[in-house]
Design a protein around this ligand. Structure first.
Ligand SMILES: [Fe+2]
Length: 296
């Protein structure tokens, strides 16, 4: 075997890493090695810089636990999460577009009845979200689950809370006519967590670390392609510069202001100003018939 040199090292490594029985893993590792070596050849890091990078990755890993995921955040701010999302959700035009799940989803949220308040005592302006879940043919999807999570009116997610109560999340279901109704409080734009390794990196850039106000939805129904998405508040100052590149035009919604004393969609009279949001989700069936026209 030839001794390795700066010139032949990539080829030598690629040759050895062919010895992987699983063809997909072999493909992934060949590509990873090519791109990593290409990156190092382009950047030519000093030893000190390379260890700084390893230290950053080490500290990023150490920040992760069951409630905080700094690696997802890193993937988000580099636009990789949105790219993976786009590749895996080539839906037919007309279906509600997907966007990043983000690092704040917590599984197994409590179930709420239609029109119930998932915000409990959380601070913020009351906000009612109503609409339907339908398929591409316009037929209502009965019993679709809407897993909803968001910040409270002060920009805080459950994962960022000191106490351990369920906070600003819940599961709602559509009725026979495909309709849903939920009460929450209006989210506000927020900064991504800046006290970790991603924040440390962002602080060395001139890039905005803000996300526009949004409510996260994971809409699922048997026989339909799930849609993990957000609804964004129209007019939010950070719509154009979302730090995780999550905004898609069809997801920007009007938050209609209503005066104190007006009747809310769930029938209650609200004694303070509130918002009404209406959004119809469109799911694509997983059957071949509706997958045919999938955009590439
Ligand atoms: Fe979010």
């Amino acid at each position: 075997m030839a001794y390795v040199t700066e010139q032949n090292l990539t080829d030598v490594v690629l040759e050895r890493w062919k010895a992987i029985p699983d063809p997909r893993l072999r493909q992934v590792m060949q590509s990873l090695i090519k791109h990593l070596h290409g990156f190092v050849r382009e950047v030519e890091p000093t030893g000190k810089e390379w260890f700084a990078a390893i230290d950053w990755l080490t500290r990023t890993g150490k920040m992760c636990d069951e409630k905080r995921q700094e690696f997802i955040l890193a993937s988000d701010v580099l636009g990789v999460s949105m790219l993976v999302d786009a590749i895996n959700n080539r839906l037919t035009t007309g279906a509600t577009p997907t966007t990043v799940e983000g690092p704040f989803h917590i599984p197994n949220s409590p179930e709420f009845g239609s029109g119930e308040n998932m915000a409990k005592e959380a601070p913020g302006i009351p906000c009612f979200v109503t609409g339907t879940v339908r398929d591409l043919d316009g037929a209502p999807v009965k019993g679709a689950a809407l897993d909803v999570w968001q910040t409270d009116g002060e920009g805080i997610y459950e994962a960022q809370q000191d106490h351990h109560d369920v906070w600003m999340r819940g599961v709602f279901r559509t009725g026979a006519d495909g309709s849903y109704c939920l009460r929450t409080v209006a989210p506000i734009g927020y900064t991504i967590p800046m006290d970790g390794t991603v924040g440390e990196l962002m602080a060395r850039t001139d890039i905005s670390h803000m996300r526009p106000a949004h409510i996260h939805f994971a809409v699922t129904a048997p026989g339909h392609h799930p849609v993990i998405t957000h609804l964004f508040q129209k007019g939010d100052p950070y719509i154009e510069t979302d730090v995780v590149y999550g905004v898609k035009e069809p997801l920007i919604t009007d938050f209609h202001k209503k005066p104190a004393g007006a009747k809310a969609p769930n029938g209650e009279t609200v004694n303070e100003p509130f918002y009404e949001v209406h959004y119809d989700f469109v799911l694509q069936k997983t059957s071949k018939a509706q997958l045919k026209g999938a955009a590439s």
